[in-house]
Design a protein around this ligand. Structure first.
Ligand code: SR1
Ligand code: MG
Length: 397
């Protein structure tokens, strides 16, 4: 039976989240349901509703009209919930096994009801514990190649691609990235957040005109290059994983942008985890980065050869040109992510969780120097294997 729900926006509570699950008939009638708010991100409420008898669960995610990480003084559009559910639905066509199933979405309530993934772990948390996720690079390389290829002009009729670009115009969330990733960390702006011991290191960044010119070019690409439908916030906290399964969540920042951005954010977050580790346990992270790029490149190439609508994809050299440009952008975007996660507003537990002050500051200086090197040298870095050399060269003592 189809369920119609008339809604006006108000933040859910555990009780109203249960009532919504009941009205949607997601559980058997009379089932004893419990709800827990488990949102640990910067922006949204997340309710985990469970049937006590069968242990079957669902997730109800609701956007708040402000950024939770800052408070009500930072208003934020509720439209991001619709962007998120639309992105999950579209990507479900290309990588069904790598995204959560959407059961219901409600624009007015800013709610997405989706598959319970509590049998998996957020990959950032697992990597911090030293767990390995052997299929993560395979899965993320595939996710990136398929979602980016199938939403690009290489696979869509031009009219359809433009309709999608319109549908995923996401100015408020893009502005967060424009500010927090590309602008604020490079200027003396009050959203920045860093230990006072890093003041000199931070000032060196603010004064570095060569670096700022390169970041300006990367920001301009982010602002203008509508190549494919991006996830827009693909850090390791946006990925649930286990030894065998991977699910990419949270695409509320989705928009049409440069293909290298998602890949760059993902590899930067692997580098941040490597920075937080002792040398003896770092290698798996470099292997993940190499493998992600190899899988992305080979899958994208296969789709280009077999599934392309654009006549110029048959021209010798075009694919190589695109992959080289994407690689260069990926390295540059990764550099920006390393810097912003160290001194910008939104940090990562990989670095902030290092309990020794000395080691934490050392790790943060390492992230800043590596970030600068990647941005400045992105056109001469040609292989992911070179990242390890840059990583070792930029160790802070
Ligand atoms: C105010 S939002 C801060 C950060 O959280 C999100 O996950 C994005 O990474 C954003 O930059
Ligand atoms: Mg998020």
């Amino acid at each position: 039976m189809a369920v119609t729900i008339k809604s006006i926006y108000q933040p859910l509570t555990n009780n109203s989240a249960i009532a919504l699950a009941q009205r949607l008939q997601l559980f058997e009638e009379g089932a004893a349901l419990t709800s827990r708010e488990i949102g640990d991100g910067n922006l949204n409420l997340v309710f985990h509703i469970v049937d006590e008898k069968t242990h079957k669960g669902v997730i109800i995610k609701q956007a708040l009209p402000y950024a939770k990480v800052v408070g009500e003084s930072w208003p934020l559009t509720l439209k991001r919930a619709t962007i998120e559910s639309n992105s999950l639905l579209i990507n479900g066509n290309y990588v069904q096994e790598l995204v959560p199933k959407v059961y219901y979405s409600d624009e007015a309530l800013a709610v997405t009801v989706m598959e319970d993934l509590s049998h998996l772990q957020i990959s950032r948390a697992g990597l911090i514990e030293g767990k390995s996720f052997p299929l993560l690079p395979e899965h993320i390389g595939t996710y990136l190649a398929r979602t980016l290829f199938y939403t690009s002009d290489f696979a869509l009729e031009p009219k359809k691609r433009k309709e999608l670009t319109q549908k995923f115009t996401n100015p408020d969330l893009c502005k967060i990235t424009e500010d927090l990733v590309f602008t604020d960390p490079f200027f003396d702006i009050n959203t920045n957040n860093y230990e006072e011991e890093l003041q000199k290191d931070v000032e060196l960044i603010w004064e570095d005109q060569v670096l700022k010119l390169e970041v300006a070019k990367l920001k301009y690409k982010f602002l203008t290059q509508a190549e494919a439908l991006l996830h827009g916030d693909l850090h390791t906290g946006s990925i649930f994983a286990s030894a065998t399964q991977t699910k990419v969540i949270d695409p509320e920042f989705a928009f049409y942008g440069p293909i290298g951005f998602d890949i760059g954010q993902f590899i930067a977050n692997l580098l941040l985890n490597a920075i937080s580790r002792e040398e003896s346990t770092q290698q798996p992270l470099f292997d993940y980065i190499d493998r992600t790029w190899v899988v992305f490149r080979s899958t994208f190439t296969e789709l280009w050869e077999n599934d392309s609508l654009e006549v110029y994809t048959q021209v010798e050299g075009f694919l190589e040109h695109l992959l080289n440009q994407t690689f260069e952008d990926m390295i540059g975007f990764a550099g920006c992510e390393l810097i912003r996660r160290t001194i910008g507003l939104a940090h990562v537990a990989d670095l902030d969780g290092i309990s020794s002050d000395h080691k934490r500051l050392q790790a943060k200086r390492h992230a800043l120097t590596l970030g600068k090197q990647l941005i400045n040298n992105r056109s001469i870095i040609k292989e992911t294997q070179q990242l390890k050399q840059y990583f070792n060269k930029t160790l802070a003592y």
